[in-house]
Design a protein around this ligand. Structure first.
Ligand code: DLL
Length: 435
């Protein structure tokens, strides 16, 4: 039997959901216009007044906000309440330029915790579970977000943070953790370490994992499920809108349900900004309709995905988004061809390799080069050079079929690629460094 954290909202009729969104949007636009000069100026420039927005159908009249706006307005320019009303700050994990900081009132934190509680409940979590949180704690929203949701559900919460992998496994065994929350790349690393310690999934009590914060493929899901003996659930979110829990997977695992009572989702053509219908790939745009401190309207996430309405078999009516392929700016254009790291991951795992790889792109004599280092399992290793070359060629051929261009594949020895305890860095694009 499917369980919900908030059945009324999660299974609400589309008609009632639209009414709720309309009311909240109208109120939110006034709140932002009255309190955020930066956005008021953008609206004035576009000739839109708060009274022009009567419901979701008018959303397209509002201006977009982008990461550049957030940087421009850093740190307080988009704050919509007095600082004295704020209780928390988080920040994005970006490494270039100014970081983005987001503010929360106590109501914002409660809303966020409830969104994550829905995700934990959809993954089968109850107050009888022991929830091990191995996302980083700190300015990153992963640790705090899952911690808050786990408390709401009433799970026994282990705020481990990331790292110290053997100790994670020790606690997992001793305290009988049943749910693991971390990035998918860290889950893969934990699975690998478990086996290296001579243990199997039978030696731990985990039943589910809630993994997100970075793109991961279906192949990666299967590989983690096998190594840890669990069902792996996806969770999505971003600091700008709160953190994890903007969308979550249910047991059907046919996309992530968006918490639409708090976030209105649109898909737009990233070039023209026009709205796209269900089923078409485009950039995801969010409008926060309940946030008080940092309420972004029409925020362009740069994440590419597809939306689908229609009732899910789990009973939820909340719109679903597909796994984002990656950010539009993660997409590499190599020799004129669009390539996503996730395509490379799919091929690797399908060919029996572990998801430990590094993609390096460069430009030599005006030609793009693509080098993919792939770690072998000990059983794939051969001391015959000819055998290794054959394996490399076979992998390069399979890649070419998937991405349309020929990469140079380098099989490297087991353990030579650095493991990730948070968001994995899989691509080094040296072309950008040269510019
Ligand atoms: O990564 C929030 C989060 C923490 C989500 C823990 C899930 C679990 P940021 O650091 O601001 O916030 O990064 C947000 O990460 O725009 C996506 O590009 C990517 N991302 C997040 N979740 C997923 C996912 C957190 N499930 C950015 N699949 C987003 C693919 C994801 N990409």
């Amino acid at each position: 039997m499917e369980r919900y954290w908030n059945e009324e909202i999660e299974t609400m009729s589309r008609e009632d959901m639209k009414k709720l969104q309309d009311e909240r949007l109208v109120k939110q636009v006034h709140h932002v216009y009255d309190n955020v000069k930066y956005y008021r100026d953008l609206m004035d420039k576009k000739g839109v007044k708060p009274d022009d927005i009567k419901g979701v159908e008018d959303l397209h009249k509002l201006p977009f906000l982008s990461k550049a706006d957030l940087r421009d307005a850093y740190p307080y320019g988009l704050l919509a309440v007095p600082l004295s009303e704020c209780v928390r700050i988080h920040s994005t994990s970006g490494t270039t330029g100014k970081r983005v900081v987001a503010f929360y009132t106590q109501n914002d934190v409660d809303m966020w915790d409830n969104c994550v509680a829905r995700a934990i409940t959809a993954a089968g979590g109850t107050k009888d579970d022991v929830c091990q949180i191995a996302y980083g704690f700190g300015l990153f929203t992963g640790g705090a977000g899952l911690n808050g949701g786990s408390h709401k559900v009433g799970c026994l919460t282990l705020p481990m943070s990331s790292g110290n992998t053997e100790r994670q496994i020790q606690f997992m065994q001793d305290l009988h953790s049943t749910i693991l929350c971390c990035t998918p790349s860290y889950a893969a690393y934990i699975g690998e370490t478990l086996h290296e310690m001579g243990l199997t999934p039978d030696d731990i009590d985990l039943k589910a994992g809630i993994f997100g914060a970075e793109p991961w493929t279906e192949e990666m899901r299967l590989s983690i499920e096998k190594s840890l003996g669990i069902k792996a659930f996806d969770i999505y979110g971003l600091t700008e809108t709160s953190g994890p829990g903007v969308a979550f997977e249910c047991c059907e695992q046919t996309g992530m349900h968006i918490n639409e009572d708090n976030f209105i989702a649109e898909i737009i053509d990233p070039e023209t900004g026009e709205n796209l219908p269900d089923g078409e790939v485009g950039e995801l745009v969010f409008t926060s309709i309940t946030k008080e401190a940092f309420p972004l309207l029409r925020y362009r996430t740069r994440d590419l995905c597809v939306l689908s309405h229609g009732k899910c078999k789990c009973g939820r009516t909340l719109v679903k988004m597909t796994k984002p392929k990656g950010r539009s700016d993660d997409m590499m254009i190599i020799r004129g061809v669009n390539v996503f790291p996730s395509q490379i991951e799919t091929v690797l795992i399908a060919q029996g390799y572990a998801p430990n790889y590094l993609i390096e792109v460069d430009r030599v004599n005006n030609n793009d080069t693509l080098d993919i280092s792939v770690e072998m399992n000990p059983e794939q290793f051969s001391d015959k050079v000819k055998d290794m070359q054959k394996q490399e060629r076979a992998l390069a051929d399979a890649m070419k079929l998937m991405i349309g261009i020929n990469p140079k594949v380098h099989l490297v020895s087991p353990k030579s690629i650095t493991r990730s305890e948070g968001k994995a860095v899989r691509v080094i694009d040296r072309r950008k460094l040269h510019d």
